[in-house]
Design a protein around this ligand. Structure first.
Ligand SMILES: Cc1cc2nc3c(=O)[nH]c(=O)nc-3n(C[C@H](O)[C@H](O)[C@H](O)COP(=O)(O)OP(=O)(O)OC[C@H]3O[C@@H](n4cnc5c(N)ncnc54)[C@H](O)[C@@H]3O)c2cc1C
Length: 476
């Protein structure tokens, strides 16, 4: 009987466990144990019901175009529970000189694909609009070295595009800064477009033409979630795993490799395994591997993380009627606010709030403001309330508030991240049976974490000679 340990019971570790469970049920001579420090599984996926509203503490949905989270939901019997975002009302605003300005139609991330709405938009100055026109003639460029998203975007569209769009969009997804994040790791498609076409605008139009009719027919929503929230996915996976494999409240303190196998120590107990999947933040994996391979530990420690705070606020029907339409707004750094973004949940996922409630979800923290995590809840709520008053003139007191802190939870793919991953992969070759999963490596969103968990399971199975029947491909 071969044994695999999984450290970390967030969505990455749960996905790994589910992949192993399928293999076990298919007859593999396999046993596994999942170790989680917290009393509950799911990591940052937490959903609460408050005053009739479905409140998401961490992620609220995932990108539909990345299939792995939807596929997993179907596999655990939640196919009929998948819900799309209400894209008929999909408007996003950027706070610009104190006013909310709609992101113009046809802007793909920061690439204009429709000329008229972009040229008429007050979001950009004439100077930026001229630069957008010049961008059309940008020559192809195969860069030798990685660079920051900020410098890449600035070369194409100028500094205003970095401030108004690239930076706020990235702080929404990564809690990071365009001036720190790697273009090759975070926007690989754009780096390829530049190498082939030069102009991102021309590349985007060429891609659309290639997709042709298919892109018009596909009316898939941008975001997908679950009717009862992200926690529903966690609960469904956990219910399909044997209770004997689940060890909550069990932080792993040591990982050692005495005689070719792996000894995992948690609490007062130690146990032996043939392989280990580390589905924890890279800095935690670094701690556990520091006695086994300090070179690998140093590389893992080099992956930075930022923290974030989500603040959910519920309001009554009068407030709901007074709020702007759309999914919410992003706040550029130049606006001098502490809030990074706000989602109008009752518009994005209408079933999450009764008709007589408005539900707002605000983000603070990120690379811009790590210290906010230390502030008490009341102070964070007061600050968000004050800024909502300034931005959308919301003065009413909320009916309820919920503050959630996520310390060092968002990995930052800095310049040179892909090269670091190559070094990590080659160092891992000497550690037979160790596989890494989680948001620190090849994608931060829930779907990528699901993929990373199932791929780590396949790697662990390969390492212990149980690869038969493992049909999924593993990305190198
Ligand atoms: C506020 C917020 C909003 C987000 N919004 C979205 C979104 O809308 N859409 C989207 O796709 N993505 C979103 N993300 C990103 C995505 O949710 C995460 O990247 C993903 O869920 C991370 O999953 P994970 O399992 O890798 O890590 P985690 O969820 O961090 O889980 C790691 C687990 O390991 C455990 N652990 C750590 N050390 C040990 C140890 N030594 N022993 C045992 N257990 C240990 C921890 O307790 C934790 O439960 C968001 C993230 C945050 C924080």
């Amino acid at each position: 009987m071969k044994r695999i340990a999984i450290i970390g019971g967030g969505i990455s570790g749960l996905s790994a466990a589910f992949a192993l469970e399928k293999r076990r049920q298919a007859g593999a001579s396999l046993e596994y144990a999942l170790f989680e420090s917290n009393p509950r599984f799911g990591g940052v996926l937490v959903t609460e019901r408050v005053d009739g509203c479905l409140v998401e503490a961490g992620p609220d949905s995932f990108l539909t175009e990345k299939p792995w989270a939807s596929d997993l939901s179907r596999e655990v019997g939640l196919g009929d529970q998948l819900v799309g975002s209400n894209d008929a009302d999909r408007i996003t605003y950027i706070l610009t000189k104190g006013k909310l300005v709609v992101i113009p139609n046809g802007l793909m991330f920061m690439v204009p694909t429709k000329i008229t709405p972009t040229m008429l938009s007050p979001l950009f100055s004439t100077r930026t609009k001229l630069q957008m026109a010049r961008e059309w003639f940008h020559p192809p460029r195969k860069a030798n070295a990685d660079e920051t998203v900020a410098s890449f975007v600035e070369r194409h569209y100028g500094p205003e595009m970095v401030d108004r769009l690239a930076d706020p969009l990235l702080s929404g997804v990564y809690g990071g800064e365009a001036a720190q994040l790697s273009v090759r790791a975070v926007l690989p498609r754009f780096a390829e477009m530049e190498a082939t076409y030069g102009s991102l605008g021309r590349a985007m139009l060429a891609a659309r033409k290639k997709m042709g009719h298919a892109s018009k027919v596909s009316a898939r929503p941008l975001f997908t979630s679950l009717k009862d929230g992200m926690q529903q996915l966690v609960d469904a996976i956990v219910s399909r795993l044997p209770a004997s494999a689940l060890n909550a409240n069990t932080p792993v303190q040591r990982v050692e490799r005495p005689n070719g196998g792996w000894v995992i120590s948690a609490g007062y107990a130690s146990d032996e395994f043939d392989a280990v999947i580390m589905a924890i933040p890279a800095y935690s994996a670094a701690e556990l591997l520091s006695t086994t391979n300090d070179g690998l530990a140093a590389e893992l420690r080099g992956i930075q993380y930022t923290s974030s705070v989500t603040v959910n606020l519920g309001y009554d029907r009068t407030v709901r009627a007074s709020l702007p339409p759309g999914f919410g707004f992003l706040v550029p750094r130049s606006e001098g606010k502490r809030m990074l973004a706000a989602t109008f949940v009752h518009n994005k996922f209408p079933h999450r709030a009764p008709n007589d409630r408005a539900l707002l979800r605000c983000f603070v923290g990120g690379a811009r403001n790590e210290r906010v995590l230390e502030a008490p809840d009341e102070e964070i709520v007061r600050m968000v309330h004050e800024e909502l008053g300034q931005i959308i003139k919301l003065r009413a007191d909320p009916l309820f508030t919920r503050v959630y802190r996520w310390r060092r939870s968002m990995a930052q793919y800095g310049v040179g991240h892909l090269e670091r991953l190559q070094r990590i992969d080659s160092l891992l070759q000497s550690l037979h049976g160790v596989a890494l999963a989680g948001n620190g490596y090849r994608g931060i969103g829930v779907p990528d974490c699901v993929r990373s968990g199932s791929e780590a399971a396949i790697k662990a199975l390969l390492a212990i000679g149980l690869s038969e029947g493992t049909s999924q491909r593993v990305a190198s």
